[in-house]
Design a protein around this ligand. Sequence first.
Ligand code: GLU
Length: 313
Amino acid sequence: MQMSKTIRGRYAPSPSGRLHLGNVASSLLAWLDVRHLGGELIFRLEDLDPERSYESFAELMADDLSWLGLGWDAGWPDDAGYSQGVRSAYYEEAFEFLRREGLLYRCWCSRAERLAASAPHPGEAAPGSCRCRFLTGDELRRRESGPRPAACKAVAPDRDITIIDAHLGEYTQNPAREGGDFIVRRSDGVFAYQLAVSVDDALMGVTRVVRAADLLSSAPRQRWLIETLGHTAPDYAHAPLLTAPDGRKLSKRDGDLNMAELRRRYSPEELTGRLAYLLGLIDRIEPVSAAELVPGFDWARVPAGPIDISGVF
Ligand code: GLU
């Protein structure tokens, strides 16, 4: 008899600021998705970039999710092995494998490097292709012996890669043409987001990735990396972004809508009720617990496009 595979979702927050309303909406959907499917949830701390990660924010994130009743079954902080900061050996192994396969090259460009350890949210520099891949002879030797250390890029596959998003449907991208080669290790040695998240989702047995829609365009690259490393890619479901009344996406910079302020204004059930209403999960604003939303959870009720929070928050 064939055993059915455990459904495993994940929280993967970067502790660079307090959770804001948009993060909470994605977390609620990640939790509901996996609870509705009867699966389990892990908490992975994405503290890859030492310069942008703060333990105090990590603790507050865990506390905020617990306060909302959005608990998890394994991971940080009980198990420090779920923190990216201590997982370099796994990234190193994958990196060496890709290098042996001839899929990496050294790159001396500075463009986009600074942000490569973080998830690429819109407005931030996107990695592109560069001429370092084709350097030969004297020019290559000059770079190699120069003062500037090299970053490492993966050669993006030049073919269509399709993911079937459980919320948004089919999404196809040719990574070489849309985005180009991408950094897998920065010149300071820090592994980049795309590599770390792919290795972790693969090794942690993640089968459901629910996260905000601004990471949809990363999913084909991650699918390719995971499959190249010999694993099965997870299913993806990308959650709608929440937008402020002026149309901009909520971000960690919107201090007035972070959990510090939200916890002052609302009880967990009041906040969950307002979010559930915005996400189309209930028909009017009323207090509700996350657990009460599990039986009726249905992605078909959740809008596909960005959601304006005005009138509700
Ligand atoms: N750590 C990323 C962030 O907080 C999310 C990464 C992911 O879900 O793949 O934006």
